[in-house]
Ligand binder design. Structure first.
Ligand code: BG6
Length: 369
C-alpha cells in the first residue's frame, strides 16, 4: 500500500526520519551506544580486531563507504570497503583479528552472501547489517545488527540506505567505547546528533517542492555530475547511482579533489553539477576547497546546484540553485544531503514518464551471482 503516495519510493523517502529513529532506538544508554548483538561477541574479541572490511553491493556499498569514515574516526581501526563480488577473487589478506561487516537491505544478495561464506570459511568474525529479519546473511553471520527501516518495496533503495549509515555509525560508536578510543565527550556529541537527526531528516524531506521544480526545468538533461569530499564523496556516488537506476540518465559522482585530475574536462556550457558543500562551521578547510571547486566549474560554464547548510551564503555568487539543509556535525551531513538527491532522481524519472518503483532491467534483490 503506497499510503496515498504516487510511488513506493516517494513513500519510503518520506519514512526516513522514522527509519533513523527506529534504528537508533534501544541502542543508547545515557551518553553511550550499546548494541546487545555486538556485546554478545565479547569485548575481548572487539578489542582484538585490527582491521575491518565492509562488503556490499550497490547503494549498500555507498552506505559502507560513509560508515567507514566514522568507524575509523571513532574506533581507530583501519576500515576498507570492497564490493562483495570482488572480495574473494583478490585472495584477501584475512586473519582471526579481521572483522567483515556485510551490508545488505535484503540479506539475500547472492554476491554478498558468497563473500560472507568465504569470510566464515577463512575464520573471520562476521557482522551483518541487514534490514530483513532472519534473512540468510544475518543467519549465517556471527552477529546481526538490524536496521529497522521497515519493508522497502521500491527497487531504488532510500530509507534502507539511511538506516544502514545509522547502523554503521552505531557500530563505530560501540567499538570506540569498548576499545576506549572514543572520548566520552565525542560519544555524548554523537548521541546528541542522533537525538535531533530524525527532525532534521524531516526538514531535508521537505526540500521536495524545490527539487521538483528543478527536475521539471531539467527534464531534458542527458548527463549530471555530482561532487563531494570526505563523507560527501560516497553521497555523490549514490546521487549518481539513483539517477542511473530510475531516470536512465548518465551520471557520475566524483571526489571533488579529483576534479582537476581529469573530470573537469567534462565541464562544458550548461553541464549540471550537484556539489555537496560541507559545513563551514565544522569543516572550514574542506568547505573552502569545495567553494574553489565551485568557482572553477562555474568559470567553465557549469550549471551549479549547491547543497549547503542553512546560513552558508559563501556559494551564492557562484551557484544557479541552492538547496539548504539543517545544521549537523560533519559526519552527520550525509544523512541529510542524500535526501534531495533521492527526490531529484525520483522527479526526473517521473518527468520522463518512467516507472519509478520498477526500473527496467533491475530487481530489488539479486539472488544470482
Ligand atoms: C541491487 C539493487 O541489485 O542490489 C540495489 O538494485 C541494491 O538497489 C543492491 O542497493 C544491494 O542490495 P541489498 O539487498 O544487498 O542491499
Amino acid at each position: 500500500d503506497k499510503g496515498g503516495w504516487s510511488s513506493f519510493m516517494a513513500k519510503e523517502i518520506n519514512e526516513q526520519p522514522e527509519a533513523v529513529a527506529n534504528t537508533v532506538r534501544g541502542r543508547i544508554e545515557g551518553d553511550h551506544v550499546v548494541i546487545p548483538e555486538l556485546e554478545a561477541l565479547g569485548d575481548d574479541v572487539l578489542r582484538g580486531i585490527d582491521r575491518i572490511i565492509i562488503i556490499a553491493c550497490g547503494t549498500a556499498s555507498y552506505a559502507g563507504q560513509v560508515g567507514a569514515y566514522a568507524i575509523e574516526q571513532w574506533a581507530r581501526i583501519p576500515v576498507e570497503v570492497q564490493l562483495s563480488h570482488e572480495f574473494r577473487y583478490r585472495d584477501p589478506v584475512l586473519s582471526d583479528r579481521t572483522m567483515v561487516i556485510s551490508v545488505s537491505q535484503s540479506g539475500e544478495t547472492m554476491d554478498t552472501l558468497m563473500a560472507v561464506k568465504y569470510a566464515i570459511e577463512r575464520g573471520v568474525k562476521t557482522v551483518s547489517v541487514c534490514n530483513t529479519q532472519s534473512a540468510t546473511i544475518p543467519r549465517e553471520s556471527d552477529a546481526a545488527v538490524y536496521t529497522h527501516a521497515g519493508p522497502e518495496v521500491a527497487v531504488a533503495s532510500t530509507k534502507a540506505f539511511i538506516a544502514q549509515i545509522t547502523a554503521l555509525y552505531l557500530i563505530g560508536l560501540h567499538l570506540g567505547r569498548v576499545r576506549e578510543t572514543l572520548a566520552p565527550e565525542d560519544s555524548a556529541a554523537a548521541v546528541a546528533q542522533f537525538e535531533t537527526l530524525p527532525e532534521k531528516v524531516r526538514e531535508a524531506v521537505e526540500t521536495h517542492d524545490q527539487i521538483a521544480q528543478l527536475a521539471h526545468w531539467m527534464a531534458d538533461t542527458r548527463s549530471v555530475l555530482f561532487l563531494g569530499r570526505h563523507v560527501g564523496y560516497p553521497i555523490a556516488l549514490e546521487g549518481a547511482l539513483k539517477l542511473k537506476e530510475i531516470a536512465y540518465i548518465h551520471a557520475e559522482g566524483f571526489a571533488a579533489g579529483e576534479l582537476k585530475h581529469g573530470p573537469i574536462a567534462l565541464i562544458d556550457h550548461g553541464q549540471p553539477v550537484f556539489v555537496l558543500v560541507p559545513s563551514p562551521r565544522t569543516a572550514p578547510l574542506m568547505h573552502s576547497k569545495i567553494v574553489s571547486n565551485i568557482q572553477e566549474i562555474r568559470a567553465r560554464g557549469a550549471r551549479v546546484i549547491a547543497v549547503v547548510e542553512k546560513g552558508d551564503t559563501s556559494v551564492l555568487p557562484y551557484a544557479d540553485d541552492v538547496i539548504r539543509l539543517p545544521l549537523a556535525d560533519a559526519l552527520f551531513e550525509p544523512l541529510l544531503q542524500v535526501v534531495p538527491l533521492q527526490w531529484f532522481a525520483l522527479e526526473l524519472s517521473t518527468a520522463k514518464g518512467l516507472d519509478v518503483d520498477q526500473p527496467r532491467n533491475l530487481a530489488k534483490s539479486v539472488t544470482v551471482e
